[in-house]
Ligand binder design. Structure first.
Ligand code: NI
Length: 164
């Protein structure tokens, strides 16, 4: 699976709901988990591999991979936390992002079984980051403008160097 990077317009589009959780969906989820391991990431969303469906996979260190199909964010805490994020679609950039500290999410797994999960810590962080991908939002969008511009300029310079 090829992971799309910043500048690809698919990353900016809203993903469509999955209508049926069938073998195709569980197959794509399995491939996404494999791609996630290859990329040493903690989460990967459909749009990042050009699959424009509401589906993401998460694998936090020391835990089994989880698949979220058609997720809904039911609740987020008022309390926020700052945590360093990166993204396989925004290579070479890490930055502190402020988000709710905890999240309650409802979704279906790759077998079509519904579940509700309350998460905090890294898991909450990854769920919120991946959910954003389904809405066409990247973590860099959530940075203060100056910081964002500075980091994106740095990334451009690094990319130009690689091309040269
Ligand atoms: Ni990401």
């Amino acid at each position: 699976m090829k992971i799309l990077t910043l500048g690809n317009e698919l990353l900016r589009m809203k993903a469509e709901p999955v209508s049926t959780i069938d073998d195709r969906i569980s197959g794509v989820a399995g491939e996404m988990i494999a791609a996630l391991k290859d990329g040493k990431g903690v989460g990967l969303a459909g749009p990042q591999v050009g699959f424009m469906k509401r589906l993401f996979v998460v694998q936090v260190e020391g835990q089994e991979p989880r698949v979220f199909v058609n997720p809904s964010i039911i609740e987020t805490s008022q309390e926020t936390a700052k945590y360093e994020e990166g993204c396989l679609s925004v290579p070479g950039i890490w930055a502190d992002v402020v988000r709710p500290r905890t999240v309650k999410v409802q979704a279906w797994n790759e077998k079509g079984r519904p579940f509700t999960l309350e998460a905090g810590g890294v898991l909450a962080r990854v769920i919120l980051h991946e959910y954003d991908h389904l809405e066409g939002i990247l973590f860099t969008d959530r940075l203060p403008e100056q910081k964002r511009n500075r980091l994106l300029a740095k990334m451009e310079r690094a990319a130009a160097k690689r091309r040269a």
